[in-house]
Every structure is written in C-alpha cells, then in structure tokens.
Design a binder for this molecule. Structure first.
Ligand SMILES: Cc1cc2nc3c(=O)[nH]c(=O)nc-3n(C[C@H](O)[C@H](O)[C@H](O)COP(=O)(O)OP(=O)(O)OC[C@H]3O[C@@H](n4cnc5c(N)ncnc54)[C@H](O)[C@@H]3O)c2cc1C
Length: 487
C-alpha cells in the first residue's frame, strides 16, 4: 500500500479523478497479455502531460515506489505486470498526434497514440510508417517503442527502432531529457534514442516521440507458396534472399497453424500441405512484377507444390489478414496460449523448425509454429491449460529447450517480444555474464533506486521460470502481497 503522504502528493499532481487505488481498478491493471502471471499494483495514475509525469516520478523516486509505465498491456513477456507492486502509469490523456511534418517526413506523437493511427495519419498524406506489429490496432506507440516491436514488414523495412529519431523522456529522477530530433543526421554524443528504444520501461518514461516516415510504395503484390516438405519451405526463404530479393513480407505457417487459421478465417487456405509461405513485394510496378516472377521461380525450384498470386486487392488483403489472425485463431484451441519468439539466422530456420517439432514430441505437447521467416523470427505457440500444472511444467521445460537451441544456432531468446519477466531467466544465455553486467551498470547509473519497472529484464536469483506452484508460475515467491494466479 502507498503511504498516505505519497497518495496525497500523487493526487495533488494528477487530480483526484486521475488517481485510483480501488481494488477493482488495481485488479484491471494486475495482468497483461502474458498468460499465467498476475500481481496487484498499489495504485493507477493517469498524468495529463509531461510535467505531471515528471512530478509523479520525482515523488516515486523520493519514496522508492516502483513505477510500471503501461500502454495497452499487449506485451507477451509480463512487461507490465506489477510484480513488485507500486504505481501503474497510464497514458490515456497523452494520446495526441502533435504534428505531421511533410517537409522533414516526420510524425511527432504522444506515447498513448495507437500504432494503427500513426500508420493511418501517415498514409492519409501519401506517406508510410512501416512497423506493423500484429497488435497494431490496439498497441500504443509508447509500448511499441519500449518493446522495439517488429511486424510483418520487418524484413524489408526494419523494426520500430529504425523509425524513432527523437524522444522526450522523463528520467527516473524526474529530469526531462530530449534526444535526437527531426534530423536525418545527428552524432552529438551517445545515442540515447537507441538506448531508450527497447528498454521496456526500465530506464525512463517516453512522453513524446519523433518518428521517421517514408514515401508510400506505389504498388504491392501478394502470393502463397505451398509445400509438402517443411525443409523445402525453409530453404526457399534463404534462396529468395540469396537471389538478392528482399520481399516486404516473407511469412511461414506450419500445417497445424494453417488448419486452425483456415478454420477461423475461412478464406480457402489449403489445409493438406505441410507449410505455407506468404510472400509480398512492394515498390514500383516493374520491380514488383520482376521480383514476384523471380520468387515464383525460386519457390518452384525448391519444391513448392503450388504457387498462387493473389488476383485482386481483396484476395491479397484476405491472405495477409489470415496470417495476422494466426495468434487469435490458435488462442481458440485451449484456455491458455503460450506464444514465444525464438529467433535464428534465416539460414537456420529449417533446423530450428525441426528442433521445435522434436521438442514438442519429447514433451508430448502440441506446438504450432508460424512467424516472420524472412527475419528468422519464429513464433512457436503452445495451446495449453494453465490449470493443468503437470502440463504447464512440460510447457516451461519445452520452451527452455527451444530457447537453448535457438542460442546454439546463433540466434536469440526473443526477436521482438522483449525480455520482461518471462525471458529474464534466459537472458544470460544470450549475453553472457559480461553482457548482463554492462546492462546492469547502465540501469544502476540511471535508476539507482530501481524504481522503473523493477523485476523486468534482469532475473532475480530466486526467479526461475520452470518453477510452477499449485496456483501458477511463481515469480515473486517472497512477497505475499503479489497474487499469483492462473488465468
Ligand atoms: C495478438 C498480438 C499480436 C502481437 N504481434 C506482435 C508483432 O507482430 N510484433 C511485435 O513486436 N509484437 C507483437 N505483439 C506484442 C505487443 O503487442 C507489442 O510489443 C506492442 O507494441 C506493445 O504495445 P502496448 O501498448 O500494448 O505496450 P504495453 O504492453 O503496455 O507495454 C510494453 C512495454 O513498454 C513499456 N511502456 C509502455 N509505454 C511506455 C512509455 N510511455 N514509456 C516507457 N515505457 C513504456 C511497458 O512498461 C512495457 O515494458 C503482439 C501481441 C499480441 C497480443
């Protein structure tokens, strides 16, 4: 619980209607999209501007109260679960597009703006904001910047990091810092913009962002390549790129995923093949035509049993939408869906997909795999039931092995979903002790009281993901105020 002094100070900053410590409200913000993880905050505050954010942070810092900045809570790594209690900060009042600058090709936004609204505002002016996480209809730009979110267009256009060129940040001591700007070039000192991107709310609060826009591509074509052999599909991915073609989208769905997606979206996907590649290219009409022809040739050479090019805009949209609904479709199978994002160099995709299938067999689990094959970013997804504790233990062990294999293949434990609570136990596999020490030194220098989203990114010694209690996954076993329940 917050002390009366802290509570009164916070209310005097944000006003009574923007402070809530009722149990019902705290319950709403006790979990996010991560399955099987829940912990109560002490209060929820909604500042109206940067000055209020700064004042709230100063009060929390002086009183060592944890802060959890929260967008729409769609992260999948427990990033907004208040595992150490404290104050959840919402950005519902800070959700305006500040300006769209057609001369500098930038858009300046507050953190609560929805990602799709950024893309739509740009396209209304014939401009393009490429990052398109599957959650873009609800995720905020503040959350996307802090997770460095990717999407279906990452292969050609990069991820959120590649479009953030300036930030306004409230630091953990309440100082307001501006980084970068509407600049194509800026090498003045350390790149603080890049440091903040992907920092998962652990280094400061983003209160404004300047994003780079690019001209909208003239045209786009969409196609499907169908395979009876997983390896042939995986090989096609590397061969397309080895042929010096970078498609805008190069997505992979395995058979279990295709079946579930077709059942959900009913768009006529063939359910009798082992794997599907959804491929899109954009650009000028001549380039798109030439690239699609080359891609068709490569897919056939590598053993595609059928290649279909969408004949109309509607058909293309339906195919892309089917891929976007993969997670929602899989989520219908069982009460709990564990979605991960092990990532490998794209040349290792076939090995990784085989390893996932072998691990699923070993632990007697259903694991469906889809994802951004062009980026080597796979989403092994396990429909399960958090109430079945024995099965959950097998799920945890299977994913630990999947991450281990990804790192062995030169990959990483997360390509786009972030570390948060869920991947913290595995971060050292990727970075080594020395890498963790550098990150901890940065955290300590900027946030000596560890108030900014504590318990995220760095694993506590007692925190082990594979430990499952009678009621759910235990991450904060030493603190009774944290509810840990099954969802
Ligand atoms: C169905 C579904 C599909 C998804 N598809 C993708 C995908 O294709 N690609 C992808 O990369 N991710 C994907 N995700 C994960 C997630 O949606 C993204 O990471 C998203 O960008 C998070 O946005 P949010 O507003 O929900 O942030 P939240 O979940 O609320 O927060 C994410 C992190 O950002 C921090 N944060 C939020 N706002 C601020 C701020 N203003 N200042 C400082 N820290 C802040 C939080 O503390 C937390 O650590 C998907 C999730 C779902 C549920």
């Amino acid at each position: 619980m917050l002390s009366k002094v802290v509570k009164d100070k916070l209310i005097s900053i944000v006003s009574r209607e923007n402070f809530d410590d009722a149990k019902t409200e705290r319950l709403v913000y006790s979990y996010d999209s991560t399955p099987n993880l829940q912990a109560m905050p002490d209060a929820v505050v909604s500042p109206r501007n940067t000055k209020e954010v700064s004042e709230v942070v100063k009060v929390c810092n002086e009183n060592k109260v944890p802060i959890v900045p929260r967008g729409s809570g769609t992260n999948l790594c427990g990033g907004t679960c208040p595992t150490e209690g404290g104050v959840v900060i919402l950005f519902k009042h800070m959700n305006s597009i500040v300006d769209l600058d057609e001369e500098n090709l930038t858009i300046t936004v507050q953190p609560g703006v929805i990602c799709l609204d950024v893309a739509n505002a740009a396209s209304a002016k014939g401009l393009f904001y490429p990052p398109d996480p599957g959650s873009m209809k609800i995720a905020t730009i503040g959350g996307a910047i802090n997770e460095n979110s990717g999407g279906l267009r990452g292969l050609k256009y990069g991820v959120t990091r590649d479009y953030v060129i300036g930030l306004e940040v409230v630091m953990p001591n309440g100082d307001i810092v501006r980084t970068g700007g509407k600049l194509a070039k800026d090498v003045a000192g350390y790149d603080l913009t890049r440091l903040m991107v992907g920092s998962e709310g652990t280094l400061g609060i983003i209160t404004e962002a300047i994003l780079k826009l690019i001209p909208m591509p003239e045209t786009k074509k969409t196609m499907l390549a169908l395979y009876q052999d997983l390896e042939a599909a995986a090989k096609s991915v590397s061969k397309i790129i080895a042929n010096k073609i970078i498609p805008v989208t190069l997505e992979f769905l395995d058979q279990p995923t295709i079946r579930v997606v077709e059942d959900y979206s009913q768009i006529g996907l063939p359910t009798d093949v082992q794997a599907v590649l959804l491929i899109e290219q954009d650009g000028s009409p001549e380039v798109v035509e030439r690239d699609i022809e080359k891609i068709i040739k490569v897919c056939k050479q590598e053993g595609a049993v059928s290649v279909q090019v969408a004949s109309s805009e509607e058909e293309a949209l339906a195919l892309a939408a089917a891929r976007r609904t993969a997670l929602s479709a899989l989520a219908r199978l069982k009460p709990t869906t564990v979605l991960e994002d092990a990532t490998v160099p794209r040349s290792e995709i076939a090995k990784m997909v085989n390893a996932i299938n072998n691990i699923a067999d070993k632990y007697n689990l259903q694991i469906c795999t889809f994802g951004h094959a062009g980026d080597g970013n796979l989403h092994p997804t396990c429909p399960t039931d958090a109430r079945n504790h024995e099965e959950m233990e097998r799920v945890e062990m299977a994913f630990a092995e999947i991450f281990e294999r990804a790192v062995e293949l030169g990959g990483t434990i997360t390509g786009e979903h972030g570390v948060g609570v869920m991947k913290a136990p595995y971060l050292e596999w990727k970075l080594g002790k020395e890498g963790i020490a550098v990150m901890k030194a940065i955290k300590l220098a900027l946030d000596p009281n560890n108030i900014m989203n504590p318990g995220k990114v760095f694993a506590k010694s007692y925190r082990k993901r594979v430990v499952v209690s009678g009621q759910g996954t235990v991450f904060a076993a030493d603190d009774k105020k944290h509810m840990v329940v099954s969802k």
